[in-house]
Design a binder for this molecule. Structure first.
Ligand SMILES: NC(=O)c1ccc[n+]([C@@H]2O[C@H](COP(=O)([O-])OP(=O)(O)OC[C@H]3O[C@@H](n4cnc5c(N)ncnc54)[C@H](OP(=O)(O)O)[C@@H]3O)[C@@H](O)[C@H]2O)c1
Length: 306
């Protein structure tokens, strides 16, 4: 791709995945627009990138459709991420449908959608899978309305390793335990958010035709709860055990923290039986290196758990 012809618009740009996408695109010499709701936060995050003169910051939200409509003009590609936290079940598909339609109508040729592996595994079962499946359906319909001009690539990651910063810091630090409601042998599938960002950057930097209509699942490692406790023990140098809470206790604890019924119920689903087959080493063909492991991630984030 001639980077001078391309302009990439990144939503959720100040988040975990989006910030990695912005940094990678700028590194590749691509004109990039970061769509953020907090300008100061973005200026702090992207100090170095702003110095290149290739990064523009636009302030807007998922509900400021007018701002988005004006700002997307002149862009050739869109990285589309909707943060589901605190949203209504139908909001993700509404926002992605609206932003996707406007983007394609304004001449965007490629949308890279940040979806979820729950779409492949659960369809519409559970609120997370429902939101992403309904959103994907809208985007596929939009893309197929004009297949010659409109390319769509979907990234379906499994559970982010960074989620451990939310769920595991307190019990590891204060109880020397990992605590969840699944059995010790139940497998969870993990991906490092840098692997997702790097994959998106490659897709957004290479020719549109190369990746058109691919669905890329992303899973770096599948690990049982007791195996993960062994990794924590090794990296932290102290004994960490796994404790299985009852479903009822787990549900009550997380709803008491303000998590909605639908989300809490979703988190109680047992892992799919074939979870250990979900790893995707083939993503290294795209990103040019192996995917990160939980152990690597933990070593880099060890301070949070000490
Ligand atoms: N966590 C997992 O295990 C997992 C697994 C698969 C898929 N996913 C999907 O990954 C996505 C989350 O990605 P992430 O971890 O990068 O999220 P994140 O770090 O929480 O970042 C979310 C981004 O969205 C922005 N944002 C939030 N509300 C907004 C609003 N109303 N208007 C405009 N921007 C808004 C945030 O802005 P601020 O920086 O100002 O807060 C931030 O830039 C979700 O779609 C989720 O379903 C997550």
């Amino acid at each position: 791709m001639s980077s001078s012809e391309e302009r990439v618009f990144v939503t959720g740009a100040s988040g975990d995945i989006g910030s990695g996408v912005v940094r990678g695109l700028i590194k590749n010499g691509i004109q990039t627009t970061a769509y953020v709701r907090d300008e100061k936060k973005a200026e702090g995050l992207f100090k170095d990138e702003l110095k290149t003169g290739r990064l523009t910051i636009v302030v807007g939200t998922y509900s400021s459709v007018d701002v988005f409509t004006k700002a997307i003009q002149g862009h050739t590609r869109l990285f589309l991420l909707f943060s589901a936290i605190g949203s209504k079940p139908t909001e993700m598909s509404q926002v992605k449908g609206t932003f996707g339609k406007i983007a394609y109508e304004q001449g965007v040729r490629q949308i890279v959608d940040l979806s979820s592996a729950a779409v492949s595994r659960l369809g519409k079962k559970g609120i997370i899978a429902y939101m992403h499946t309904a959103a994907e359906e809208k985007l596929w319909t939009l893309a197929d309305d004009n297949p010659e001009q409109r390319s769509l690539v979907v990234l379906r990651p499994t559970r982010f390793m960074s989620s451990q910063l939310m769920t595991d810091v307190h019990p590891v630090k204060h109880l020397n335990k990992l605590v969840f409601c699944a059995s010790p042998s139940s497998v969870t599938t993990w991906i490092d958010s840098r692997d997702i960002s790097d994959c998106a950057v490659v897709v957004l930097s290479e020719s549109v035709g190369k990746h058109d209509r691919n669905v890329y699942e992303l899973c770096g490692e599948a690990m049982s709860n007791e195996e993960r406790a062994v990794v924590f023990t090794k990296v932290l140098g102290k004994s960490i055990t796994y404790e299985q809470k009852s479903l009822e206790d787990f549900y009550k604890t997380i709803t008491a923290r303000g998590i909605t019924h639908s989300m809490a119920y979703n988190f109680t689903f047992p892992a799919p039986k074939d979870a250990s087959n979900a790893v995707t080493p083939e993503i290294s063909i795209i990103i040019g290196r192996p995917l990160h492991t939980v152990e690597e991630w933990l070593k880099e984030n060890i301070k949070a758990f000490q």
